[in-house]
Design a protein around this ligand. Sequence first.
Ligand SMILES: [Zn+2]
Length: 260
Amino acid sequence: MQHGRGGVDDAAPPVVLEVDLGPGVRAGFTTRAGGVSPEPWQSLNLGLNVTDDAARVRANRARAGAWLGAPVAFASQVHGTDVAVVTDRGSAADSVGEADAMVAVAAGVGLGVLVADCVPVLLADVEAGVVGVAHAGRRGLAHGVVPAVLDAMRSAGASVGRVRAAVGPSACGRCYEVPATMRDEVALARPATWSTTTWGTPALDLPAGVVADLEAAGVADVVHVGACTIEDERFFSHRRAARGGSTTGRFAGLVALAGA
Ligand SMILES: [Zn+2]
């Protein structure tokens, strides 16, 4: 199909950092590249409610689903610890409801977790045929969203010892500056998060907290995609955008059991 310059079908396909969670599982982290949204969401913005046009976001979500090989379910993330069990292959609705983690056991059900500095976590137990995602921001992490999603996977038949996890691009512990009281509060619940910026002020290392939670639960196989969203402009970053007085989009961690 031929369309004019800037038309939807002119956009290049999504650029996704693929991760290996085992045979029969498709998983990866999207970047900004390969969508249809203009600045400041340029271009693969997958988040609704960031003032981007909903039709463009849905088009971008379809592009992400095409990469994944399954329609992608997204939740309305509220920095909590609730886990949604997604069973509907055709989860075409904008949201499966309020949740910060999701689990699926059926092939062809895509799960997506939206972030722009928070930590996206992808999980799979290939043998049990169970996949999961979690959105680990500072509040969700402190309140236990990582053990919560592992519990839900266990209830769905997974064995935590067999789970492979990928911890995606997020704000790093050398950049994610917070007030000292906030660092103390979060580090009380998750000691591994205690950090200091490169310029010597209090910070939180959220990915370190996620990795510590996974290891404490018995997940032996953890891949950390070390990219920092604040430093690496391939990704959307809420902090970087806010510093420039702008809004931004959301990228996603995606996972699905391959075709039924
Ligand atoms: Zn950083």
